[in-house]
Design a protein around this ligand. Structure first.
Ligand code: FES
Length: 565
């Protein structure tokens, strides 16, 4: 097999000249022939001044390079895109596929025998795993790790469940303008990813359970020396991977992916992970079976007591033993023989764990947070291809509910009308948001956590049934039905709901129904206006033409593997 600098030579029509030229240029960086003869480990640099969740990437790169060199390899750092949730317009999801494409192509185009992908903020690890799944270069993920918690007037705070909870209190006039400004400086008290079981923490934990990152890498704090040591160890592991050549597609067997699904449910993890996993399945020529995911959810208890489903923060999860401790409670539900990218099997991660010393943050099976998993899959005439709800973070009293629909045509419409105190709405109504899916918004914004209308919030209403084709931040909570598929802008019946219709949600029976007869619904669908014109140029046009629905992971159709299982 072609190795090192000889891999993927630039085409000049003369291979020897291509290598000669490549060496001549790289020697300008001061490398010796000895260095250039070593196995090459690429390290993706996702540092950006716009991405505080990746603020520790320079330190991680240094540590990973040290590990590579200690193991006799040659580290080569290269830049790729970096996406932060709050600095990506219209949404980070709109750009995830671009990052996946860019990462895949840069890994493929440049000579490297293995690659370390440093990710953290919500869309980055999904984009990197999608890229790795489509690439033949062995890859290991190095998460940036969760941020530290802060403190406000004696109360512990962490981005970003507390961001939403305290902002809701401010909207309800329970917190003053001065206090919310004070809180603003205390929510994200260090670099690193959100410190609850949001999307970033969920994805980091899941890649650990799927064998793509070292044990404890899914949870070690961003600012800890342990995180830096894990980076060094990742560098060493990557050099060993240049020998084994195991690709991500080989690691991510059906059983490894299923291990990820079990872990997602037990974590009380983010609904966004369902979309990202669907995309990873698609890259491997498989389709995520939502019905199977729901069945797994009925078997797997939620064992992790972190916000937003519970009360703790990522630091406690890590101290309690992190992913290996969690997996040790789920052994009968996992395939422990699944191989890991860096060698050994998943079972090795839980062999020889120290004696359990705490039972609150990671619960034993006998004392779960809830007996069934975090996420349920709904279907019905409003969601022919499915919808999801994180029922572990929803009001138990709203899980079977019938109410009057109040429809918002778009995110903008919702934003304007929710603040209107004359809005005709009651606490038992069902808030409906449409045109907020993959195509409609575009970019499937995290707008599904529809704020409680201001005058109801002031009356103390904390939760209502909310349904949409949007996503929701993994750090959010409430009785929120998401990812209705197909979306309104792609011919879904959500487009035909009218204010005043009755909607019935029945989580135990996994039903979401619009109580309008089929003939009337069909007539309404026929009478819908034509879709707005497609974007005229650039990435927006590519996105509009090729983006798939939530059940296919919102990936581009041409990036999915052609063989579908
Ligand atoms: Fe980056 Fe939450 S904003 S992980």
């Amino acid at each position: 097999m072609t190795r090192g600098l000889r891999r993927r030579l630039t085409s000049y029509g003369d291979q020897d000249f291509s290598l000669f030229l490549r060496k001549a240029f790289i020697k300008a960086m001061g490398y010796s022939d000895d260095a250039l003869d070593r196995p090459i480990v690429g390290i993706s640099n996702t540092y950006s001044d716009y991405n505080p969740c990746h603020g520790n990437v320079p330190q991680l790169i240094e540590a990973a390079k040290r590990g590579v060199m200690l193991a006799g390899g040659m580290p080569m750092v290269f830049p790729t895109m970096s996406i932060h949730e709050s600095f990506a317009s219209p949404t980070s999801m709109f750009l995830r596929n671009l990052m996946a494409m860019e990462t895949e192509e840069m890994v493929r185009a440049q000579p490297m025998d293995a690659v370390i992908l440093i990710g953290g903020c919500d869309k980055t690890i999904p984009a990197q795993v999608m890229a790795a799944a489509s690439s033949e270069v062995p890859a290991i993920i190095l998460p940036t790790g969760p941020m530290d918690t802060g403190n406000h007037r004696g109360e512990r705070l962490g981005a970003c469940t507390d961001c939403r909870r305290l902002w809701a209190q401010y909207r309800a006039d329970a917190i003053s303008g001065e206090e919310i400004a004070e809180i603003n400086g205390r929510l994200a008290s260090s670099v690193g990813t959100c410190t609850v079981m949001g999307t970033a923490s969920t994805m980091a934990a899941m890649v650990e359970a799927m064998g793509l990152t070292l044990p404890m890498s899914g949870s070690a704090p961003a600012t800890s020396s342990e995180r830096a040591r894990l980076a060094e160890e990742t560098g060493r592991a990557a050099v060993a991977m240049t020998e084994t050549g195991l690709t991500t597609a080989q690691v991510l067997s059906t059983n490894a992916l299923r291990n990820g699904l079990v872990t997602l449910q037990a974590l009380g993890g983010s609904t966004n992970a369902v979309v990202h996993l669907a995309a990873i399945y698609g890259r491997l020529g498989m389709k995520l079976d939502l019905a199977e995911f729901d069945r797994i959810g009925r078997q797997v208890p939620v064992l992790v007591d972190l916000k937003p489903s519970g009360s703790g923060y990522m630091g406690e999860f890590h101290a309690a033993g992190g992913v290996p401790r969690l997996l040790s409670e789920l052994t009968d539900l996992l395939d422990l023989s699944a191989p890991r990218a860096f060698g050994g099997t998943l079972g090795d991660a839980i062999a020889g764990l120290p004696v359990r010393f705490e039972e609150q943050v990671i619960r034993p099976r006998a004392n779960p947070i809830s007996r069934s998993g975090a996420i349920a899959v709904l279907s019905g005439n409003l969601a022919p291809r499915g919808a999801v709800i994180k029922h572990s973070a929803a009001d138990p009293n709203l899980q079977v509910h019938e109410g009057r629909a109040v429809v918002f045509e778009s995110v903008e419409d919702m934003t304007q009308r929710l603040e209107d105190t004359s809005l005709d709405i009651a606490a038992d109504d069902v808030l409906v948001l449409r045109n907020a899916g993959p195509k409609g918004a575009p970019g499937m914004p995290e707008a599904g956590y529809i704020p409680i209308p201001r005058h109801l919030a002031r009356q103390g209403v904390k939760d209502m049934v909310r349904i949409s084709d949007a996503r929701m931040s993994g750090t959010a909570f409430g009785t929120v039905v998401l990812h209705i598929t197909p979306e309104a802008a792609d011919g879904g019946p959500l487009a035909a709901v009218r204010t005043g219709d009755r909607i019935r949600l029945d989580v135990p029976n996994r039903q979401l129904e619009l109580l309008v007869d089929a003939a009337e619904l069909e007539n309404r669908m026929k009478a819908l206006p034509p879709p707005p014109p497609a974007p005229e140029r650039g990435y927006a046009q590519l996105y509009d033409r090729h983006v798939t629905q939530a059940d296919d992971g919102v990936d581009f159709d041409f990036l999915m593997a052609s063989a579908r299982g």
